[in-house]
Design a protein around this ligand. Structure first.
Ligand code: AMP
Length: 335
């Protein structure tokens, strides 16, 4: 793919993404910086995306046939921007082989798909992570059980002690799950951007999730389900920012050592902050997260520190693409 973009007409670059997740932010940012924009929508969804004049073209296609668009899109100088719905709809295996230049390091998707590889990468980066238990009988604290097929938090459950754990596990048919220490504290999700152009990791913003049935008015009537419904903006005490920045940089360093060609573009670390103000990271996303949408059009809170003007993550991606293309480095930001 690095070779494919070397043949691109950089004055006619296009951004393509799946119409969902953070696509409005991505495509709006791309258009603002003068790039062409294409949304690929699930049949029946395209009409919504046609409402917006910053999207040049909306293609409706069954995602099982996504690869059929590749020739046309690459002829059209398109770079694909991956996001959570892209990974969900096409699956990480197909995403690894997708014959379209993809912004960022697509090889990370395989690490993200496996709970054990995911934790290994965070551990390698020396970032504090929750303790994992292989044997349910060795559990000595509250835990969260994550079933491998769980999506968006659905399929997780909490157990206060070994007895409750055994009880709940007896109803689980799947044997592919991890038992993880439940960290008590407040969640915070950090948005970073690893820039090849500027050779730095930017702490761009942060958010928290709005999850059913943990943030809802459940009055103890329902078990927590952690289904993500939306996101809310947040700022942290400034004294926590050096730690957040350090984790971001350590993660990027670990990726460059274990997953060549290293971290490129947006990524996220997902954490719980405990009451002693230590930060434990339980998850990462190696691409744009939907929580960046809370800053669409107004700019992520810390973007002004780097660019002296507010910028959202969609614009930040487009800025990297345009700047890399202008300096003959587009091949460095795609895989
Ligand atoms: P995830 O789908 O992995 O992002 O997790 C869904 C939600 O579960 C998160 O937003 C957290 O609120 C919660 N969560 C996941 N892992 C832990 C943990 N080890 N300790 C506390 N809460 C967690």
């Amino acid at each position: 793919m690095e070779e494919v973009v070397k043949g691109y007409d950089v004055d006619r670059l296009k951004v393509v993404t799946i119409a969902s997740h953070s696509s409005l932010q991505i495509l709006r940012g791309a258009k603002k910086l003068g790039l062409g924009t294409v949304a690929v929508a699930k049949p029946g969804v395209g009409w919504f995306y046609r409402r917006f004049n910053f999207i040049d073209r909306v293609i409706e296609v069954d995602f099982s046939e996504f690869e059929r668009l590749a020739d046309e899109l690459t002829r059209d100088n398109a770079v694909l921007i991956p996001h959570g719905s892209y990974v969900e709809y096409v699956g990480w295996r197909r995403a690894l082989r997708m014959p379209i230049p993809t912004f960022g390091n697509r090889y990370l998707l395989e690490w993200e798909a496996s709970q054990s590889k995911k934790m290994k990468l965070l551990e390698y980066a020396s970032i504090p992570i929750p303790k994992s238990f292989n044997d349910p009988s060795s559990v000595d604290r509250p835990v969260i059980v994550k079933l491998s097929g769980a999506k968006g938090g659905r399929g997780y459950f909490i157990a206060k002690d070994p007895r409750e754990l055994m009880d709940k596990l007896s109803g689980v048919k799947d044997d592919d799950y991890i038992i993880q220490e439940y960290i008590v504290g407040v969640p915070a999700y950090y948005h970073y951007f690893a820039s090849r152009v500027y050779g730095r990791v930017e702490l761009f913003g942060m958010d928290i999730r709005y999850e059913s049935n943990v943030d809802g008015r459940t009055f103890n009537l329902a078990e927590p389900t952690f289904v993500v419904v939306g996101n809310l903006p947040i700022v942290l005490r400034e004294s926590l920012l050096p730690t957040v920045q350090r984790y971001g940089e350590e993660f990027s360093r670990a990726v460059s050592e274990l997953v060549p060609p290293g971290m490129i573009g947006p990524y996220s670390l997902e954490s719980i902050i405990k009451d002693d103000l230590t930060i434990v990271v339980f998850e990462f996303s190696g691409r744009i997260v939907a929580g960046t949408n809370v800053y669409m059009g107004i700019g992520s809170q810390y973007s002004v520190l780097y660019f002296d003007r507010p910028m959202d993550m969609g614009e930040r991606i487009a800025h990297e693409l345009v700047t890399a293309a202008k300096s003959g480095r587009l091949h460095e930001v795609v895989t």
